[in-house]
Design a protein around this ligand. Structure first.
Ligand SMILES: *Cc1c(COP(=O)(O)O)cnc(C)c1O
Length: 412
């Protein structure tokens, strides 16, 4: 085993369980030590050691970089301070005048970052519905330099055909970047489908314990990996060693967490989809989902995220208030089940017009399923729904006030 704890071409479960394990040469510690040092001694002024300064390289961060690169099938990786830092690092690849093509329904913070950078003239920017093959093909006529893919998308779980997107990008020499946060390498490996760079918010499934904000950029090709590492050192977006230490700890249980959370999500979706108060469930595992067949081919599973649009008369705000196991919070992919209203929370950074364009209604509720027992989660949702949706079946429809106002239902 190497100093980064790499175990060659092992199965991904083994890479996770063994990340950084028994790699310590100083004391033979089984769990890896945490290297907090900012700097490293030179044996000789003319010989640069493997690590010299922790902004450019750190042994603890290198273990996480290696593990994630192996899991995604990448040549190398850069661990960043956050998912946004990872995306911003990738945007260093685009010059003024070059076009960045992004999905119209990308993560709210990504939408804001892209607009903010484009407004400063760092690059040209276009958004497109990547699930619409005609619109996508038309968008490629403008010859983008960088194509950002996010599938499944947030919060509507739209599925983009990665291979089709890559084929269009290859034809015009564009670099493809996939945000793989929603599935993690346990369920999707975009580099295998020809994508050049994968980015992650490791804050979500990869750490999985909701106690670290972090990101990763993983490049299929060594040369592009070096360019990204150069920019990471230049701009200083690299992650803190302690964050890498915690994220490595979280990563070891990635597979059992994902498998359990996904199985539970499937059961909760089934229960919800059968209820008359539910207008629509957005989950790629449902055969009715428009991206179901693509998801089946490019994913190893459907994940543990889904969104729900309730019928008119169900007060989404009241529903959230009545939930007791689900915590009302942004973020996703942790051990704990979360619920949010994207319009006022995760996607508040988008203008109402951009949200409407992306199909994100004010009544949409997003769920992230954790490690609690499925029976308890289903019971929690249905108990809340009995309060929030009691105007549906008796024909009385509540006057729903705009989200954000304290007003709730008007008639009992
Ligand atoms: C959370 C998230 C990000 C941003 O990551 P941070 O770690 O919060 O900076 C980017 N993309 C997606 C899909 C996310 O869910």
């Amino acid at each position: 085993m190497s100093e980064t704890g790499q175990i060659g071409s092992a199965n991904p479960e083994t890479i996770c369980a063994g990340a950084g394990v028994a790699a310590d040469k100083a004391h033979a510690s089984v769990a890896p030590p945490l290297h907090l040092s900012a700097n490293y001694a030179f044996a000789d002024p003319t010989e640069k050691p493997p690590f010299d300064y922790s902004r450019s390289g750190n042994p603890t961060r290198a273990q996480l970089e290696r593990a994630l690169a192996d899991l995604e099938g990448a040549a190398s990786g850069v661990i960043t301070a956050s998912g946004m830092a990872a995306l911003d690092l990738v945007l260093c690849l685009a010059k003024p005048g070059e076009l960045v093509l992004a999905p119209h329904d990308c993560y709210g913070g990504t939408h804001r970052l892209l607009n903010a950078r484009a407004n400063r003239g760092h690059f040209e920017l276009a958004f497109v519905d990547q699930t619409d093959p005609i619109a996508l093909k038309a968008a490629f006529e403008s010859k983008p330099k960088l194509v950002l893919i996010e599938t499944p998308s947030n919060p509507l779980l739209r599925i983009t055909d990665i291979s089709a997107c890559v084929a269009l990008a290859k034809a015009c020499g564009a670099i493809t970047v996939a945000d793989n946060t929603f599935l993690s390498p346990a369920l999707q490996r975009p580099l295998d489908l020809g994508v050049d760079v994968v980015v992650h918010s490791t804050t979500k499934f990869i750490n999985g314990h909701s106690d670290v904000v972090g990101g990763a950029v993983l490049a299929r090709d060594a040369e592009l990996g070096e360019e990204l590492a150069w920019w990471a050192n230049c701009t200083g977006v690299t992650g803190a060693p302690f964050d890498s230490f915690l994220t490595l700890r979280g990563l070891r249980t990635l597979f059992p967490r994902i498998e359990r959370q996904q199985a539970t999500a499937g059961r909760v979706v089934e229960a919800l989809a059968a209820d008359a108060r539910v207008a629509k469930v957005f989950y790629p595992g449902l055969t009715s989902h428009p991206g179901h067949n693509i998801a089946r081919t490019q994913q190893k599973g459907f994940g543990s995220m889904f969104s729900v649009e309730f019928v008119e008369g169900v007060d989404a705000v009241e529903l959230l208030r009545r939930l007791s196991i689900f915590t009302i919070a942004e973020s996703l992919g942790g051990f704990e089940s979360l619920v949010c209203v994207p319009a006022t929370m995760t996607h508040a950074a988008m203008t109402p017009e951009a949200r409407a364009e992306a199909g994100i209604s004010d009544r949409l509720v997003r769920f992230s399923i954790g490690l609690e027992h499925e029976e308890d989660l289903v019971r929690d949702i249905f108990a809340a729904l009995d309060f929030a949706g009691d105007g549906v079946n008796d024909g009385q429809v509540f006057e729903t006030k705009p989200l954000g106002s304290k007003a709730v239902k008007q008639c009992a």
